[in-house]
Design a protein around this ligand. Sequence first.
Ligand code: NDP
Ligand code: PYR
Ligand code: MG
Length: 609
Amino acid sequence: MSLSSARVLRTLLKRPLPSTSSRRASIHISSIMSSSASVAPAPAANITQSHPPAVSSRQSSADYDTAYPIEVRKYLRTYGLTPPAVESFETQEKRCLQLLENKQNPIDKYQYLTHLRNTNVNLFYRLLSGNVKEITPVIYTPTVGEACQRWSELYTQPEGMYLSFSDKGNLHSIIQNWPHNVEITVVTDGSRILGLGDLGINGMGIPVGKLALYTACAGIRPDATLPLTLDLGTSNEQLRNDPLYLGSRRDKVTADEEREFLDELMAALTERWPGIVIQYEDFKNPFPSLERYQNTYTMFNDDIQGTGAVILGGFINGVKQSKVAAADQRAVFFGAGSAGVGVAKQLVEFFMNEGLTEDQARKCFWLVDSKGLITNDRGDKLAEHKLYFSRDDNEGKQYKTLEDVIEYVKPTILMGLSTIGGAFTPEIIKRMAELNKMPVIFPLSNPSSKSECTFEDAIKYTEGRVLFASGSPFPALEYNGKTLEPGQGNNMYVFPGIGLGAILSKAVNVTQSMIYASGKALSESLLPEEIEQNRMYPDIRRIREVSVVVTCGVIRAAQKAGVDRELGLRNMDDKALTEYVQKRMYDPFTEGKKVQDEVKELASHLSKL
Ligand SMILES: NC(=O)C1=CN([C@@H]2O[C@H](COP(=O)(O)OP(=O)(O)OC[C@H]3O[C@@H](n4cnc5c(N)ncnc54)[C@H](OP(=O)(O)O)[C@@H]3O)[C@@H](O)[C@H]2O)C=CC1
Ligand SMILES: CC(=O)C(=O)O
Ligand SMILES: [Mg+2]
């Protein structure tokens, strides 16, 4: 494309471009009119002057794809900036997989993948989509746990926004610095990162990882995602004393200060990007913010609600195998925090749908925290979120250890959301196997080091009869001549579909019915052969098609609740809705093709002049 065409192109581009975004147009025009590598429209004036350069380059990194044909490189003005060969996707993938394999440890692999995402975003997502089972454990749990623990040590570039408590009063203005239009953000204050405790702003790895899954699993465009970390101080003294720590060295703000900050944040985000979906993640006490914002903003809490939905999905399929009726279920939850209570509440709703009254359903649950079984007469002041499940039928007796609780309750279900690795000892697992034909044992704490037991132990000590799902992945096992696949009860099966469903339906709120629908849709996404294999969760390699099913379920629930604003979707039958969702998903395999089509179309316009 010659420079003399620039004026003609400028006239042409006053019209909307045929296929790709105006972003592409701005790259093209700016790259032709000047030699600067400008990417995004300038932000409004604000107190911070410039964009972080690495963020900008991350968002334009697709332009340096070695799969682009020569004419596309010329169009993008990247000709000569990449090696001459025009590569197939297969060759690119081969190199990436080789490089990954040659890295000795998980964190090196994590760093390589971060680099790849920042230098060729479409290739990163092609690689991830084609190897989701192998790569998810590197960019998400368990490796993301270590990445967060070492974030300050390993830091090389910004990958999202950091907002500090000292920025209060200016959040609206600072948010204008983000150079892209955002459809979804994942926000954390780092105060409970997986089961690893308060990691302060080092928790940024979680929004980055979750949003990468949003793109890979639900096809939300990478540049429409905003990883957001709130620097509200940290209770982690070791971090505050670490010379490399990149956050404020102050103690955690008070609950009142946090609320004021979040009020301003929520208003600022929605003012800049009306309709933005806001996912809360890994806050130490997320109940107040969920309560406060769920009816006012398009937001949800992944640890309470997403986890509840994903366990609901697997549990519905587990019950079909164990055939234990709702009325006969007795569930012991080891851990009564956001995830424990979130999951228990979701299962209460399921038991009610199975015919129990709310009180009957609630009575099927015994929750255990760091002080033992939660009862009304335990003698301590219970946190608000524990009250609903607090028992009043313990006849004055207190049960302090998990073993004691198991002997008392004789459970059919044992859930682990405690952050205590190895808490389900061989004795506990064996006891569950004595009590049940098919015990449900879900060690759901993350990362793997915090899992309450391994898949191997669960199989060994139940003689292969366990219905098992863990939060972090475990390898498959050979047992009695059969290959057994562990279930992965991780909210990654549902949050991408909850987010995409909320975006596409333009939901004003994320209702409880939408959350429930996501779990229900997940349970219905199993293929006949997966049911045949007694799986509770679909093969993770199908996560993209599963996310479409979940998204459709969420959209239908939004319509039923009347919170949708994209009314056109109401008239679509299920097939049309599925196709609509699929069409709206970013596909890293066809991105390059779109640019090629654009080049062809422009060339054809020019030839007619
Ligand atoms: N699989 C998945 O998709 C998900 C997994 N998780 C995982 O679940 C775990 C918990 O998360 P979350 O609920 O948000 O965390 P919280 O900090 O909110 O809750 C942790 C709970 O575990 C209890 N606990 C801590 N130590 C012990 C102990 N020694 N014995 C018994 N109970 C104990 C705590 O007790 P107390 O209340 O007394 O402090 C608390 O009730 C994390 O590891 C997280 O990674 C979370 C979300 C999703
Ligand atoms: C999976 C997840 O959200 C967690 O462990 O916190
Ligand atoms: Mg979480």
